[in-house]
Design a protein around this ligand. Sequence first.
Ligand code: MN3
Length: 218
Amino acid sequence: MKKLTPYLFTQLKYPYTLPPLPYVYEALEPHFDKATMVVHHQKHHQAYIDNLNKALETNSQYQAYTIEELLISLSTLPTDLKAVVQNHGGGHYNHSLFWQTLTTKFDQQPTTVIAHKIDEAFGSFEKFKEAFDKAARTVFGSGWAWLCLDQKDKFVIIPTPNQDNPLSQGLRPLLGLDVWEHAYYLKFQNRRVDYIDAWWHLINWQEVETVYIKASAI
Ligand code: MN3
């Protein structure tokens, strides 16, 4: 397996801080509600950051690693730190990418570059959407659905449990959907499918292309 090198959050290092959202909390209404956005960003995301920082306080030799380096090297970390990086380091990275790939300009279409890669891998946008929806719907309990770049630079869809990040399995995440109940319960209660439908209106395909260009350059 090709060892990945950092390409995205190269500026994120200990001590980690909560990145501000690129829009106001109510900007994604009516698809994502303000109350969920506030608690999701200020409480959930912040908690992952706090727990990651706490573990790195006592593992100072890893403080110089970026969040990507920690996740890429997950299997080589000391056991106690490994569990924290997997859950809370993953939580920090995953949410950072999640916020960044949402837009207040609703109902964007994939850019030409991304549409081409989607067609190459899945046949059509409709088939891609169907496969992604299925991955997101069928995560059991808490987790994520991802569009990633695989080792052969092809697009793939994978689910991950909890806050596991695709970097730790040699895949480069381009777009992720948080399907933890904390992401949707206030507005949608148990209706994960309705939340997934809402998310499709919010995807920032221009940003996905930016991430893809960085990911494909390593
Ligand atoms: Mn979340």
